[in-house]
Design a protein around this ligand. Structure first.
Ligand code: ADP
Ligand code: MG
Length: 314
């Protein structure tokens, strides 16, 4: 019997902040990341791959603004830009993973699914947008654009200027989850929920529409893992293990923690907001709802025995 694994690649796996973002760089990163999936395929896993899109959608937003300034092209809303990024990253991953498989005499179809994720229009997150996107502006520019476009700007905590912020609502339903599950169980490698998915909501019954928001990729991936009944959920980032007292002399890396311990450490503030905290929350969601294990580790330790931090029910 094949097992079903959901593997969430962090943004870093595909484009690092010290890189420019050329296609050559992204193809190489995708090839390197894909090589790490071989071990799971050899361990009899069917796979769904999810991925971040932060650096890529950031560049798409800038290109969008430049296109508007230079050529008066209509600016596209964020949901459209997330859709672009899913197609573009999915294509690169698909192609590079195919190269890896062929080099290893493996034959699998790989399919990217543009994924909408349902959110609630009454989600409290819409009253308190926190997720910064797009370029930095001066206070005056930010005020002007905020007025013109009815959007909200916030000051960058690192002093780089003002930036538009959008809501990060909770994901509720993964679009096309049945197809994702069926394709994956049938042996196809499915790439889905890129960038946390395209946030969509019902304006009224029978009227689904995209919305300017960003869904956390780890939370959306864990919801997918629950909704397709995955056997294991892997969150890949750039640290080998989750730590207590991270980046202090008392730092201690964790091999195995229960959901109860994970919740306690989360409350004690061991995991930074916006980076490790959502990964832990995502892992807890999956483990609580499935009874199965989640693993947080770095890409090169995927599938390696005792690699990473395992989050378990008891
Ligand atoms: P990704 O792009 O993979 O989502 P993030 O930068 O969002 O990556 O999250 C991973 C980062 O979380 C690590 O690089 C690390 O600096 C940070 N981090 C914060 N708290 C912890 C912790 N307690 N243990 C390990 N890493 C942590
Ligand atoms: Mg992240």
């Amino acid at each position: 019997m094949k097992k079903l694994g959901v593997v969430a690649f962090g943004g870093n796996a595909l484009l690092r902040s010290d890189q420019k973002g050329t296609i050559g760089e992204q193809e190489k990163n995708a090839y390197d990341a894909s090589k790490n999936l071989l071990i799971l395929l050899k361990k009899n896993y069917n796979l769904v791959i999810t991925h971040g899109n932060g650096p890529q959608v950031g560049n798409i937003l800038l290109a969008n603004i430049a296109g508007n300034k230079l050529y008066n092209l209509p600016e596209m809303p964020l949901d459209i830009n997330v859709a672009y990024s899913q197609g573009f990253i999915g294509y690169i991953l698909e192609q590079q993973l195919r190269n890896v498989l062929e080099a290893n005499d493996m034959d699998r179809d790989i399919i990217t699914i543009i994924t909408q994720v349902l959110v609630n229009k009454d989600d409290p997150a819409f009253q308190n947008p926190t997720k910064p996107i797009g370029p930095f502006y001066t206070k005056d520019e930010a005020d002007r654009i905020a007025k013109e476009t009815k959007s909200i700007f916030a000051k960058d905590p690192r002093g780089r200027g003002w930036r538009k912020v959008v809501a990060s609502p909770r994901p509720l339903v993964i679009g096309n989850k049945k197809s994702i599950a069926q394709l994956a169980r049938d042996g196809q490698i499915v790439i889905a929920v890129g960038g946390g998915g395209i946030p969509a909501f019902y304006v009224e019954p029978n009227k689904l529409q995209g919305i300017d928001a960003v869904i956390d990729k780890d939370l959306a991936s864990s919801l997918l893992a629950v909704q397709i009944n995955a056997d294991k959920f892997f969150i890949l980032t750039d640290v080998p293990k989750v730590c207590l007292n991270y980046n202090t002399p008392q730092e201690k890396s964790l091999d195995r923690i229960t959901v109860t311990e994970a919740k306690r450490y989360l409350e004690e503030g061991h995991f930074a907001e916006g980076s490790m905290a959502p990964k832990i929350t995502a892992a807890i969601n999956f483990v609580e709802n499935s009874g199965k294990d989640a693993i947080i580790t770095k890409t090169t330790l995927l599938g390696v025995d005792d690699g990473g931090t395992r989050i378990v029910i008891v």
